[in-house]
Write a protein that binds this ligand. Structure first.
Ligand code: ATP
Ligand code: LTN
Length: 341
């Protein structure tokens, strides 16, 4: 929040936010509700950097042409949800070389034991057992570098990233403990509702853009696809509409999506379905999703038709981000004892 200076009423410097999203597919409703929507909400009150984490995405094998396309689309989507590139720094992670440089240094301040406890590593190495690469293992160190390079105060992410944020704080504290106050210790920012949107087909697992298509709603799904996927979403055998994530994960997930998109309190939403069946819930939810996504998709199409504008945005983002990143990196290089250029 923009902090007021108590003594003279003038605004202090805004706190800084950094967050990222991988171009590993088309963003889902989970990405939107858990992360991207908050980016927009926070963008007026904070000094924000939002990054397309393309370096992170190659921890899982990507097809080059598709990766390029998904990365460009992701930038257009960030603009389409209303992020103003004059007010926020929007950039591709691979355009700012300081991320990988800091990541190497921080790798040397991180323990194998810490990395092997990360649930995302365990999940992804089980999912991609043919490609358990070192990048997948040290993924959280690169993420810590992303955050610490910019001295971010706040990191808005979904609940699945809690462990990665904790390790980032541990690494920063360890480094500061040895070299003095080099890094700001960041805090996570999690939405109250919808921090974890679950898969439509397997509602005990998170909705993920790299899962099979019928598990998620993509932000670019057309109305027919939305209708079909919600119709097929897993519910349960007893027909009562109640919010009970443990015993009724499917229905609770649908309620969570509706409540997060409309802003309606969960109790009131559940009450409004008293005596009604899953069909009504699914039909209402379909309408809400289509109403949310249609205007975003219209803007997305406009931006995708203006490649030269997108290029201007990413070039300027890289330039601004590099300047900020270099300040921290050169401090780190000096502290660890490298000879200055
Ligand atoms: P992948 O499937 O490639 O692992 P992902 O869909 O998990 O990707 P990321 O790009 O890693 O998404 O995450 C971008 C942001 O979206 C993060 O802040 C993450 O916490 C959030 N997020 C991802 N999935 C969900 C979800 N199902 N519910 C809420 N937030 C989510
Ligand atoms: N790992 C993140 C994406 C990400 C990120 C970051 C988020 C990469 N670098 C820095 C916040 C801050 C994820 O959401 N899966």
């Amino acid at each position: 929040m923009n902090q007021q200076n108590q003594s003279n009423g003038t605004p202090d410097k805004k706190l800084r936010i950094l967050s990222g999203i991988q171009p590993s597919g088309t963003p889902t409703l989970g990405n939107y509700i858990g992360a991207m929507r908050n980016w927009k909400l926070l963008s007026n009150d904070y000094d924000c950097l939002y990054m397309i984490a393309d370096l992170h995405s190659i921890t899982v094998r990507q097809e080059p042409a598709k990766l390029r396309q998904q990365s460009t689309q992701l930038l257009a989507l960030l603009l389409a949800i209303g992020l103003d590139p004059e007010q926020n720094i929007l950039f591709f992670q691979s355009h700012v070389s300081q991320h990988t440089q800091l990541s190497w240094v921080l790798n040397c301040f991180t323990y194998m034991g810490e990395m092997s406890r990360m649930t995302q590593f365990k999940d992804k190495s089980a999912k991609h057992s043919d490609n358990i690469n070192c990048g997948l293992f040290t993924y959280p160190v690169l993420m810590a570098s992303d955050i610490l390079l910019y001295q971010a105060n706040l990191v808005p992410v979904g609940a699945d990233q809690t462990q990665h944020l904790e390790i980032c704080r541990d690494i920063a504290n360890r480094f500061n403990g040895i070299y003095g106050n080099v890094f700001t210790i960041p805090e996570g920012y999690f939405p109250k509702f919808g921090a974890k949107v679950m898969s439509l087909q397997d509602p005990v697992r998170k909705m993920s853009k790299s899962d099979p298509d019928d598990c998620f709603i993509s932000m670019l799904d057309n109305p027919d696809n939305v209708r079909r996927k919600i119709k097929r979403a897993v519910t349960d055998s007893d027909a009562a509409i109640a919010y009970d994530p443990e015993n009724k994960p499917g229905v609770s997930n649908l309620l969570t999506i509706q409540s997060s998109l409309t802003g309606e309190a969960m109790d009131a939403l559940v009450d409004s379905y008293a005596g009604k069946g899953y069909g009504v819930l699914k039909s209402n939810l379909t309408d809400v999703i289509i109403e949310t996504l249609s205007p975003i998709q219209d803007k997305f199409n406009q931006y995708m038709n203006d490649k030269s504008y997108l290029e201007t945005v990413w070039r300027s983002g890289a330039e601004h981000a590099s300047r900020l990143a270099e300040r921290t990196l050169s401090k780190v290089m000096k502290k660890v004892g490298f000879v200055s250029k």
